[in-house]
Design a protein around this ligand. Structure first.
Ligand code: SF4
Length: 230
């Protein structure tokens, strides 16, 4: 299991050349037999993520934000992971660079066949990259299903509000939905019952007392909400 961090400006050791950043885990995990083999493999991985051989002796500060994130991705690939946790890997980057990195992540997945747990707030990014989606509110997954389930048939009131909050352009008009009322409760002083109850337009008396259980409302589509009885 490997990790790609959110902030490429803070997640690379500024005192190490990027070739050393990528070869250290290979040597530590004995994926290669020698420093020379690690360097050759490191250069090959860098090539796959778009870093040229003549750049691999540079320090992190000599790269742009998008290139640094490529180094972070290369570091994750260095030990042949089967699973990569990508924590908001594009949110610190310019929009023009985000698409490049997302496409790179998807190309690498096709080539190396690992899985991602991809954490994001940007729904367009989620839609672009995901197969299965879990929607989280205050640390709890409230709805889980395929991309089709979540984007075409959202069932939890929070998911519905989240999707409705994206502005839509129709003709000459920019449509804005009504925002959710209320504030997100403190995570150290959680509401009783359903965590969403103080902001939910469908709240019932039971919602204030009882945390809803997860229910499978159709194959592969699970929701935690008292509106659904299965
Ligand atoms: Fe709304 Fe009740 Fe469902 Fe929570 S359990 S989302 S308060 S209807």
């Amino acid at each position: 299991i490997q990790m790609i961090f959110q902030d490429p400006y803070a997640s690379l050791n500024p005192r190490e050349r990027v070739i050393d950043i990528i070869t250290a885990p290979m040597l530590l995990h004995k994926i290669v037999g020698s420093k020379e083999e690690a360097t050759a493999r490191g250069i090959e991985i860098f090539r796959k993520v778009g870093i040229r051989e003549e750049q691999v002796s540079r320090f992190p500060h000599q790269f742009s934000g998008g290139q640094r994130q490529r180094v972070g991705i290369a570091r994750a690939l260095a030990v042949n992971p089967i699973f990569i946790v990508a924590d908001e890997p594009v949110s610190a980057l310019d929009v023009s660079i985000q698409a490049q990195i997302l496409n790179l992540l998807m190309d690498l997945q096709s080539e190396f066949h690992f899985s991602y747990l991809f954490i994001a707030h940007d729904l367009a990014v989620v839609r672009h990259i995901s197969d299965e989606i879990g929607v989280m509110y205050l640390g709890k997954i409230v709805e889980q299903g395929t991309k089709h389930h979540i984007f075409e048939n959202p069932r939890h009131p929070y998911t519905q509000a989240l999707l409705a909050s994206t502005p839509k352009i129709t003709g000459d008009n920019l449509e804005r939905s009504k925002p959710l009322m209320g504030e997100i409760p403190s995570s150290v002083d959680l509401p009783s019952g359903c965590f969403f109850n103080e902001r939910c337009p469908y709240r019932k008396p039971v919602c204030i007392k009882v945390m809803p259980e997860e229910k499978e409302i159709e194959p592969g589509h699970r929701v935690s909400c008292h509106l659904y009885q299965v």
